[in-house]
Write a protein that binds this ligand. Sequence first.
Ligand SMILES: *Cc1c(COP(=O)(O)O)cnc(C)c1O
Length: 454
Amino acid sequence: MAPIAITPTATPPPELDTTTGLTANGIEHNVVKTAPSVLKTSQPSSSPLAATITEVSRIPSKASNDTAASLAELDASLLETTLTTTPRQVPAIGSPEMASQKVCTDHMIQAKWTVESGWHAPSLQPFGPLSLSPTASCLHYATECFEGMKLYRGFDGKLRLFRPQLNCNRMLMSTNRIALPAFAPEELLKLVVKLCATDGAKWLPKDRPGHFLYIRPTMIATDAALGVERPKEALLFILLTCFAPMGNMSGGIKLLASQDDMCRAWPGGFGYAKVGANYGPSLVAQGEARAMGYHQILWLFGEDCIVTEAGASNFFLVWKTPEGKLQLITADLNERIVLDGVTRRSVLELARSRLAPGHEDLEPIEIVERKFSMFEVEKAAQEGRIVEAFASGTAWFIAPIGQIHFRGKDFTIPQEAGESGKYTKAIKSFLKGIMWGEDGLEQHEWGYVVEESS
Ligand SMILES: *Cc1c(COP(=O)(O)O)cnc(C)c1O
């Protein structure tokens, strides 16, 4: 097999999607140069530029195996463990420490990468500060990406992750977008599981069913040089942090539609990747929303006011079409201005299999992923066709939406089941069942059981 062209060519090879070919080349190049085994284990796919999180680990390649063959891969089996000698106290339920989201568990995992040797052996070590040069690339050029997952303590006593493979795939997609090194997503998953197994029993004890820890895998470029160039050194780290259990927001979330002078993501940008650069710049608008009494921004895009996401969550609407057809609608992923949420994907899959045909007292509903505008939402609201709305994401779970403000007008979103709409309630209970083994201890393939160390 011939080595891949590392110089982007004006005419991409025919098997590359011509609209995204150069970017795809760049991503393939990144993988070949940083962790070639990701390609060796991959299967061919028709689209080299992985558009979604399940495709990303299957980036095909014509790369020869000897390109950068001496680079070590991320290998969870090499993990070196140093347990803490100063264990810390688990915050009490309802304590200010618990609510602060500042308390991390006893341990963290780190793995270093360098351009010369690839991935070093990962280590599980006491949680503590990092040492970084003030010139580190991530501090200047936003060479940072992350994931957000949860470790759930089930009502059956088990510890579970929810579809963690998807998060690990997405992390690879995000690292590729910002020239951070590639890795085999399965190895990241093994490291996440190891940390959860080590700290889970103590920090998420069996007498706290229904509670969770938040998991934050992160990668940063650590090169101590100010040159604007591809990272030569990186650090992967994983930490677990305490979160207070989610309460119900009375009346639902209030959203403020973004103004014309600001957008979160744009075609050709990086809105589809979980890179830090997406979040800092959104905080001005979020602050404005809070000051006006709203919880989050509903991000619109372009002159047509295309509805994308709500804060750092995906946005769903149940409405009736002008013809009277009941639909669950969310933005599609085609323009890559919306994050491919694991929760979003799960909602769509569950809704297609369980709600579309009709469920208990709920009418059958059509499930739609398409581009839709705020003007359509406004018209539906004025004509009384909005049934319910919710935001979906790991952090907020399924959050009912009670109100949307757009260009001087507030629309109240019905919540027919009391604290949410009826479809929202059904979706929430499907997911809860899988995550926590609630409602008849549902054993579902999406629930990934973590065996505890003690
Ligand atoms: C993380 C995130 C989501 C939700 O993704 P999940 O995988 O469901 O947690 C949605 N939108 C944005 C912008 C995000 O960062």
